[in-house]
Design a protein around this ligand. Structure first.
Ligand code: ZN
Length: 342
C-alpha cells in the first residue's frame, strides 16, 4: 500500500534543487531546467528508461532530484544531458509532468508490490478471443474494473470472429455500454482491423490480453515495425528481454512520421489485482447510477446484499435498467475475487 504515497503529487514538492558548481545559495524555488527537452517514456527496464524525444529514441536514467518518485511507461518527462540517442549515451530525467490517468495493479501472486503500470493512457483495449481459447468473463470484468478505476475508456476487441458469433459475449456487456470491435483472423485490413485503427487514432491505448487471443498479431498489424523497435531497445540497454512486468509503448504510424496515437503492449501482465479499487470510485464511472446512490446509507457498497441501496430503489421505481445495475454489481464482485481463481 505504499505506492499511493510514493506516487503522490506531494513528492513534486520534495525535489532537490539542481546541482550547481560553486557555492550558489540554495533558493526555495523549484528548479528550472532551461535546457531540458520534452519526451515520453516508452519502456522501463530495471532503472533504465527509453524516452522518445522529437520522434527519436534516447536512453535515460532518473536524476537524483526525482528521489524515489516513480517513472513509468506513458509518463511525460523533461530530460537533460546527452539526448543524442547515440550508442552508449545516457540522459537524465529531471521532471515528470502531472499524470492524467494512472493504471494500477494491486499486489498479487505475480508481483508483491502495488504498482502504477501505465500513466496517461486514455483507453484500455481488452483483447479477447471469441473461441480458442474460450472467452473468460471474469478476466474481462476485471480488466473493465481496472479501466473504470483508472479513468480510462474501455474498448472490447473480440478476435477470431471467424470461429464464433460475438453476440453471446456482447449480450453480457451491452448493458454496461462498453464499445466493441470485432476482428477475424482472415481480416483483409478493411474490416474490424480498420475500425480498431480508427478507435486508436490520436490517443494512447493500453492493449491487455492473455496468450493465444491474438494480441501479438494485432500489435504487429498495427505497428509493422514493432519487432524491430523492441530489438533496438534491447540492443541498447544490453539487458536482454523486458522484465515481465514491463509495458512497451509503440507509436502508431501516421502521416509524415508523426505518430497517430500510441499503443501500449503489456506482455507481462497476466492478472490484475484489484484490491485497491473502492466502490465509490468505481460507480463514478457510471454517472447515471452514481446519481441514484445519493440517498444510500453511509458506507453502502451498492452490492446486491446491501439492505437499502439506492440502486434497488431506482430499479423498483422503474428508473434504472435492472440489467445495467446487475452488470455494475458483477463488476463490483469482480474486485474481490483473487486473480488466480478467475
Ligand atoms: Zn448503495
Amino acid at each position: 500500500m505504499t505506492s499511493s504515497r510514493r506516487y503522490s503529487d506531494q513528492d513534486v514538492e520534495h525535489y532537490d534543487r539542481p546541482r550547481r558548481r560553486g557555492s550558489r545559495p540554495r533558493t526555495k524555488e523549484r528548479p528550472t531546467y532551461d535546457d531540458a527537452v520534452d519526451g515520453v517514456v516508452v519502456t522501463v527496464d530495471r532503472g533504465r528508461f527509453t524516452v522518445v524525444v522529437g520522434g527519436q529514441q534516447i536512453w535515460a536514467v532518473k536524476a537524483r532530484p526525482l528521489g524515489r518518485k516513480g517513472v513509468v511507461v506513458g509518463d511525460r518527462v523533461r530530460v537533460v544531458g546527452d539526448v543524442s540517442g547515440a550508442e552508449g549515451s545516457l540522459a537524465r530525467i529531471v521532471e515528470v509532468e502531472p499524470r492524467t490517468t494512472v493504471l494500477r495493479r494491486t499486489a498479487d501472486d505475480d508481483d508483491p508490490v502495488e504498482r502504477v503500470v501505465v500513466a496517461n493512457a486514455s483507453q484500455l483495449v481488452v483483447v479477447t478471443a471469441l473461441a480458442d481459447p474460450e472467452p473468460r468473463h471474469g478476466l474481462i470484468d476485471r480488466a473493465l474494473v481496472a479501466a473504470y478505476d483508472a479513468g480510462m475508456a474501455p474498448l472490447l476487441c473480440l478476435t477470431k470472429a471467424d470461429l464464433a458469433d460475438p453476440e453471446t459475449l456482447l449480450a453480457t456487456y451491452r448493458a454496461l455500454g462498453v464499445p466493441w470491435v470485432v476482428t477475424r483472423r482472415d481480416d483483409d485490413g478493411l474490416g474490424g482491423l480498420a475500425e480498431l485503427r480508427e478507435r486508436l487514432a490520436g490517443r494512447a491505448s493500453v492493449l491487455l490480453g492473455h496468450s493465444g487471443v491474438g494480441k501479438s498479431t494485432l500489435v504487429n498489424a498495427l505497428v509493422p515495425d514493432a519487432g524491430r523497435e523492441v530489438g533496438q531497445v534491447n540492443a541498447v540497454t544490453g539487458r536482454g528481454r523486458h522484465t515481465s512486468t514491463s509495458a512497451l509503448m509503440l507509436p502508431l504510424p501516421g502521416a509524415d512520421d508523426t505518430p497517430d496515437g500510441w499503443i501500449i503492449d503489456t506482455p507481462g501482465i497476466r492478472s490484475f489485482g484489484l484490491a485497491h479499487v473502492q466502490p465509490e470510485h468505481l460507480i463514478e464511472a457510471f454517472p447515471d447510477l452514481d446519481e441514484m446512490t445519493e440517498d444510500c446509507p453511509r458506507g453502502c457498497t451498492h452490492a446486491a446484499d446491501e439492505p437499502e441501496c439506492g440502486l434497488d430503489e431506482a430499479v423498483a421505481r422503474g428508473e434504472a435498467d435492472p440489467d445495467r445495475v446487475a452488470s455494475f454489481r458483477r463488476l463490483l464482485d469482480a474486485r474481490s475475487v483473487p486473480p488466480y481463481l478467475v
